[in-house]
Design a protein around this ligand. Structure first.
Ligand code: RB5
Length: 150
């Protein structure tokens, strides 16, 4: 059976948490596609959001994990790509609902605002929870179709 590939990307603030989460993913048998960054040297989070969006677009990974200081900047950048549904999650309940209701394909975490164990819980629940479909599918389809730019 082919294992799912999960792409991970972070800026300098998210780098240490990204490394921890990579370990969790590997321990569970996921293929990990690491798109950087590789240290705590300062970088710009939009670059890493774009890398992750491109990897999903190419089909190199099916889901992604992005990390910055708050999770907010990198999620804003990722969500500019229409095929990305990135959810900033601060607890496992949000991670579960992001999958069940929003079919989020990217989990965004904030290393400066969410403790490591909570972040690991978010990852576990995000990976294990299926999209519920039904009425939620119609709304998610609306996201893909929408062109509400102004
Ligand atoms: C970097 O200092 C910080 O601004 C970034 O990681 C993130 O929190 C932005 O949303």
């Amino acid at each position: 059976m082919t294992q799912e590939t999960v792409a991970v990307a972070a800026d300098h603030a998210g780098f240490p948490l990204k490394e921890t989460l990579k370990g969790d993913l590997a321990a569970r048998g996921f293929n990990v596609l690491d798109l950087g960054t590789e240290s705590t040297a300062s970088v710009d989070y939009p670059d890493y959001a774009d890398r992750l969006a491109a990897a999903l677009k190419r089909g190199d990974a099916q889901r992604g994990i992005i990390v910055c200081g708050t999770g907010i900047g990198i999620a804003i950048a990722a969500n500019r790509h229409r095929h990305v549904r990135a959810a900033v999650c601060h607890d496992a309940t949000a991670a579960r609902l992001a999958r069940q209701h929003n079919d989020a394909n990217v989990l965004a975490l904030g290393a400066r605002v969410t403790g490591e164990e909570v972040a690991r819980d978010c990852l576990r629940v995000f990976l294990d929870t299926a999209f519920e479909g039904g009425r939620h599918a119609r709304r998610v389809d609306m996201l893909a179709r929408s062109n509400r730019t102004d």
